[in-house]
Write a protein that binds this ligand. Structure first.
Ligand code: SF4
Length: 724
């Protein structure tokens, strides 16, 4: 038996795994006892990775050879790699020549490795000359990026998992950690047991499994997070619980924020949030450690804050609380955003969003563009802002983007307003889908399918929520003709270079990489002098010493677990900035026609569109099928009962599902899991197309600061299904 150390490909906890194989087949998996993220533990998803890997092959859901569809309604036909790569390069070069580079859009994934991300971004922003390269991480954490930058000056979560063991108050807001980040949650439970008196405050619109463990649960109305945080700060100010010394020494802008929050009395904030005023006051005292001077407060947050049309403001308003109380830069304290996907963080590092450039540089900054152009040996990087996820598909639906290259993600299920996404995929002149799985909804729209490797086969690196970089290693050879994502991108890029030689500006190639390590080395050098400097972290160091947290500049022997311990922030004056944001309600309020609030979310044992977890029967033991979770009183008021088929309708479409009576959702709300797509659910989109998943209902409105869409709320109606 062979053993290979690697990383779990699911959530942002980034657990280390040891893959067991016989050299050709993956036969088992166990937690890596030496990995600092999990110390040997795995959750249900991670501990069944070996089974899902083999099930995908035996069930033929893996894409094992390049395929081409010569007509949109025809079945795809197998082709060889040379033909596939030439076709991709021909079509991309043709579109660039005829319509300009901005007629091409690349849509990537937080499940790609850092090396994959780096090559794709250089291909778009360097070789092609378009910033139209975005990622499903836009749907996941771009509000966290914008919130950190707005307040702390850089996209850098300042905390580590070990902080849960040092916290006196853990403030969990917009995160069902028990289900979405299970191994971190186990670690939190251990920390609470070992630290008597540690208090957990949970803020959520649903009474989640995490909420059930809270010492204080605030079940707020959807979208009222900013009102809550302003109300908490109002109480802290009124009771003298802010840290005047920290505010004076390390921040700017507190006067403006004080003015904003003076109207947010606890009575008003509690009223807007739909919670008891006494609970809000209690939360403020616990957060500010009123009874434990010097105590530490750690906030953990995720999609409940990020997936919102006010996502940046929600993140910033929460960070305001940490700055106002000095709860940052020391053990057990800080605003700690959890990433949903395994490498959302790595994507951010290489500039994997349409508004970013390598190493946390900003596209809008001329000096940053010049630095990246110099690194790549190019005269410039285009200044035209790229399209974000929603904008990219809207542009394709409008005919402005003519070619889409989609890698390792399934927008035909995951992007809101599915009718719009389908129009985009149908209208695009050419759609390239680079995937490990042939069965995604998006693959059905592909003109060209490029088979990619997946977990157990891939080589490269990922970064988890706590800035920890881990290696991803192959245990077995790629099945069929599958190739690594970075290899495919390089092979297409070199062919594009032959067709558009003027883009090379005298260089032989922009992609002189022989392997993943050589890509890593270029990425590593691009971070020199930046906040995430990893010039001291060689591939060999990762091999010898295991996962490391950034920053780790040249000369450092290990990464840094905690940021801002010196109170100096990466802003022009070294001070953090308070954000005097205003409360804005949800983008689509409920009304007489659509009186219910729809919440979408994850289940414990499924991952995204279930390409992997959906192949394994045992992972349906927890929740066997999708349903509409409703408050029992609402069901009764509608004359419905548990198990009745109901139609949930929004302005964009409908789904038909069984009603599930429960106490987790408040009255006036319904909750639907995000994992099931068109295979299971009944209903139609607004244009009459049948059977879409929950994102047939959600709306594409996005946060102006982060461009992250409001996946966590839509106005819907619920009626008894009228099925033939
Ligand atoms: Fe994988 Fe996340 Fe589970 Fe860890 S907690 S085993 S990273 S899914």
């Amino acid at each position: 038996m062979m053993q290979t150390r690697s990383t779990c490909p699911y959530c942002g906890v980034g657990c280390g795994v040891i893959i067991e194989s016989d050299g050709t087949q993956i036969t088992g998996v166990r937690g890596d006892p030496e990995h600092p993220a999990n110390f040997g533990r795995l959750c249900t998803k991670g501990s069944t990775l070996h089974l899902t890997a083999s099930a995908a092959i035996t069930r033929s859901s893996r894409l094992l050879q390049p395929m081409q569809r010569l007509q949109r309604d025809a079945a795809p036909q197998p082709i060889d790699w040379t033909h596939a790569l030439d076709t991709a390069a021909d079509r991309i070069a043709d579109v660039v020549r005829q319509h300009g580079p901005d007629a091409v859009g690349l849509y990537l994934s937080g499940q790609l490795l850092t090396e994959d991300y780096y090559v794709f971004n250089k291909l778009a922003k360097g070789l092609l000359g378009t910033n139209n390269v975005d990622t499903n991480s836009r749907l996941c954490m771009s509000s966290a990026v914008a919130g950190y930058k707005k307040t702390l000056g850089a996209d850098a979560p300042p905390c580590s998992y070990e902080d849960v063991a040092h916290a006196d108050t853990v403030f969990i807001t917009g995160s069902n950690t028990a289900w979405a980040h299970p191994i971190l949650f186990r670690r939190m439970e251990d920390a609470r047991a070992a630290r008597p008196g540690q208090r957990w405050i949970v803020v959520d619109v649903r009474r989640t499994e995490t909420a059930e463990t809270a010492d204080l649960f605030l079940q707020i109305r959807p979208g009222t997070d900013v009102a809550l945080y302003h109300g908490l700060l109002h109480v802290m100010l009124a009771e003298g619980l802010t840290d005047a010394r920290y505010i004076a020494a390390h921040t700017t802008g507190f006067a403006a924020l004080r003015e904003v929050v003076q109207d947010w009395t606890p009575a008003r904030a509690a009223e807007v949030c739909g919670i008891a005023e006494a609970d809000l006051i209690q939360a403020a005292r616990w957060f500010a450690q009123a009874d434990r001077p010097g105590g530490a407060t750690l906030s953990l947050y995720c999609m409940g804050l990020n997936q919102s049309a006010a996502g940046t403001d929600k993140n910033a308003a929460l960070i305001n609380l940490h700055l106002a109380t000095g709860q940052i830069g020391r053990a057990g304290a800080g605003p700690f955003s959890l990433t949903g996907q395994p490498n959302a963080m790595g994507g951010r590092e290489v500039g994997g969003l349409s508004n970013l450039l390598s190493a946390h540089r900003d596209l809008a900054n001329p000096a940053h563009r010049a630095e990246v152009a110099a690194l790549w040996g190019l005269p410039d990087v285009p200044a035209t802002p790229g399209r974000s996820a929603i904008e990219m598909f809207e542009a394709a639906a409008d005919g402005e983007i003519r070619l889409l290259w989609i890698a390792c993600t399934n927008p035909a299920q995951s992007i809101p307003d599915q009718a719009m996404v389908r129009r985009a995929l149908e209208r695009a002149e050419f759609v390239i889908v680079q995937e490990a799985f042939a069965t995604t909804a998006t693959a059905a729209y592909a003109d060209l399918l490029l088979p990619a490797t997946t977990w157990g086969e891939k080589i490269g690196s990922v970064t988890n929520s706590e800035r920890r970089i881990s290696r991803v290693r192959p245990a077995v050879a790629a099945p069929g003709q599958a190739r690594h994502d970075w290899q495919i991108a390089i092979d297409v890029a070199r062919r594009i270079e032959a067709r558009l030689p003027e883009r090379l500006h005298g260089q032989a190639t922009l992609f002189p990489y022989a392997d993943a390590e050589s890509i890593w080395n270029e990425h590593r050098e691009s971070t020199r002098g930046r906040d995430l400097d990893i010039t001291g972290l060689s591939w060999a160091h990762l091999e010898q010493h295991g996962p490391q947290q950034w920053p780790m500049p040249e000369g450092a022997r290990a990464g840094r677990p905690r940021l801002y311990e010196d109170g100096v922030f990466p802003t022009e004056d070294g001070r953090a900035r308070f954000a005097p944001v205003s409360f804005r309600p949800v983008a689509e309020p409920v009304d007489a026609l659509y009186p219910f609030s729809l919440i979408s979310g994850r289940l414990r044992d499924q991952w995204h569109g279930m390409s992997r977890t959906g192949t394994l029967g045992r992972l349906f033991g927890h929740v066997p099928e999708p349903g509409v979770e409703m408050n029992a009183a609402d069901l009764a008021a509608l004359g419905l009962k548990d198990g009745d088929l109901v139609e949930v309708r929004s302005r964009r479409g409908s789904v038909v599902l069984a009603a599930q009576a429960g106490g987790a959702v408040a009255r006036g709300q319904v909750s639907i899991p995000m994992h099931w797509g068109e295979e299971v659910l009944g209903g139609t989109d607004a244009d009459g197309t049948p059977r879409r998943g929950v994102n047939g209902l959600t709306l594409p409105t996005f946060c102006p600061g982060s461009k992250q869409p409001e996946l966590k709320h839509a106005a819907v109606s619920v009626v008894k299904a009228d099925l033939p």
